[in-house]
Design a protein around this ligand. Structure first.
Ligand code: FES
Length: 142
């Protein structure tokens, strides 16, 4: 049911933890399954993501997608990180079962929420970035 990559990132999650004084922090949740994901980003003066960490209280797929999403955004610019969609995360994990697609959506939303927080703190606007619906919200697409 799960790819080897998903199992690997679930059993050996990368970038688990938090960043003190992070440039941006995003917390999102899915009211249906009750899972919560928080992503921390450390972004330098050039707008490059130096470090990304996560804390996820959720299912195995949510842990695996958090792990992969943080791996994918590290070293990227803020603009490039916006391209790390849930599809990109799923592809990097060699797919997810259909009932677990919403878990990868949580990862995309957590990154966007962290970028939004960063932009707010910096007083800048990031082109193409929408304000997160709310910190914790219901996901209709599960
Ligand atoms: Fe909800 Fe995975 S079951 S995030």
């Amino acid at each position: 049911m799960y790819s080897e990559r998903v199992m690997d990132h679930f059993q050996n999650p990368r970038n688990m933890g938090e960043i003190e004084d992070a440039s941006g922090v995003g917390t999102v949740g899915n009211a249906k399954c009750g899972d919560i994901m928080r992503i921390f980003l450390d972004i330098d003066e050039e707008g490059v993501i130096r470090e990304a960490k996560f804390k996820t209280f959720g299912c195995g797929a949510a842990v695996a997608t958090s792990s992969m999403a943080t791996e994918l955004v590290k070293g990227k610019t803020v603009q490039e990180a916006l391209q790390v969609t849930n599809k990109a995360v799923m592809e990097a994990l060699d797919g997810l079962p259909p009932v677990k697609v919403h878990c990868s959506l949580l990862a995309e939303e957590a990154i966007h929420a962290a970028l939004w927080d960063y932009a707010k703190k910096q007083g800048i606007a990031i082109e193409g970035l929408q304000e997160p619906r709310a910190d914790i919200h219901e996901d209709e697409e599960s």
